[in-house]
Design a protein around this ligand. Sequence first.
Ligand SMILES: [Zn+2]
Length: 400
Amino acid sequence: MQNSTQNSELKDREDVAESRVSFGASSASALFYALNHNRIRDEELWGLGNRIRVCSERENHWVGDELHNTETGELYAGNGNLWSCGSKLCPSCVAKASNRSRKELKLSLKNQKLLTGEMYQFITLTIPNPGLSLIQTRAVIDRIWTLFRKRDYFKHKVRGGSKSEEFTLTENGYHYHYHLLCVTRFLNFTEFRREWSECIEIAFREFNLPCEFKTEDGLAMVKIKRLSSSANGLKGAIQEVCKYVTKSDSWEKLPQKDLIEVASIKRFWRMFEIFGSFRAQRNANVVLESPNVFITYLLTKLIVEVLKYIRTGERITILDTKQISDGECSSEFADLPEKVPKKQREMPWRKYILENGLESYFEKLAEQVEKTRYSRKCFLSLKYKYAMFHTLDGVSFSFE
Ligand SMILES: [Zn+2]
C-alpha cells in the first residue's frame, strides 16, 4: 500500500518535472521567436533566452525517490533543477521562488496569534484594466497599493499579511490583481471596497487615465473570504497566494512587444511580499526553525573541499571544530550558503556579455552549468544518502 502511494508520488514528481521542461522550452522559444521576428540583436536578450533554454534541458532536471525529511525522517519524492537561470520567465525558477515564498509565509503564520475580534481573510483586489502594457499596468497597480497601505483605514483594519500579484491576459488586455492573506478586524465589505476604489481613482488620475468601474454600485471588484484559522483552513490560501506568480504558459500568449519588454527588465519586481505583523518575527525564527542548517553547512563545506581537492590536490580539511566545541556556532549561521556554495563571486552574466560578447559568454555558460550540475548532484546525494536520483535524460545518480 505504502509502496503504491510512493510510486504515485514519484510519478507526480516526474510529471511536474516534465511539464517544467516543456513550459521552459516553449518560454525560451517564444522569446527567441519574438527576438527574431522583431530583428532584435540585443545580446543580453539572446543571452537570457539561452539561459532559460539551458535551464529547461532534460539533463538539468532531477527526480528523486526516498528523500528524507531531515526533521521527521519521513520519506518523500522530489524534483528540481540542478542549475538555475533565475529568470522570471523560467517556469522552474519561478516555481522555486514560489516555494521559498510559501515557506516564508508558513513561518509567519506560525507566529501569529489572533487577538479578540481578529480573523484571517483571503482578499482579492482588482483594478479596471487601464489598457496599457504589462509593465505600465504594474506601475499603476503598485501606486494604488502604496496609497491603500498608507491609509488610516488600512492601518486600523489590517495588522499584517502577505501580498502576491498575478495577471491574466484576456482579449481586453491585462487583468492585474493582488491576493492578500492577512489578519484583519471585521471588514465592512462596502467600506473596504470604497477605500480601495478611492485609491484606484487617485492613482488613475495621477497617470492621466480615465477611470470607470463597471459595477452596479460603481465600486471596484473585491473579494473577501474569511478563513478558518486551522492549519487546514489556511493551507489552500497559502497555495493560492504562493502559486506560480503567472501561469507558466502565459508568456507564449503575451504580445511579442510585451514579452520583449518583460525580458528586458534587469531587476524584476518582487511579486511576493509580507508586511506588518507577518514581518516582525521573521528573522528571529529563521535560525530557530532550521535545526539542520548546521548539518547542511558541514555538507556543503565538505563538497567545497572535495571540489578543491579534485582541482588542486590540496589537502582536505572538512571540519572546522574550533567553533563547535563551546557551542558557539551562531556566527556560522549568518553566512550559511543557501545551496551549493559559490567558490568565488562570479561576474554577473549581463555584465559579462557586455564586456566579452555573446560568443564568449556561451562558452562560459556551458562551463558554469556543467560545474554546477556536478556539484549539485554531489550535494543532493550527500544530503539524501538513501535516495535514488535520476535526471530526465535517464542518467541515475546516488550516494555510493
Ligand atoms: Zn531557470
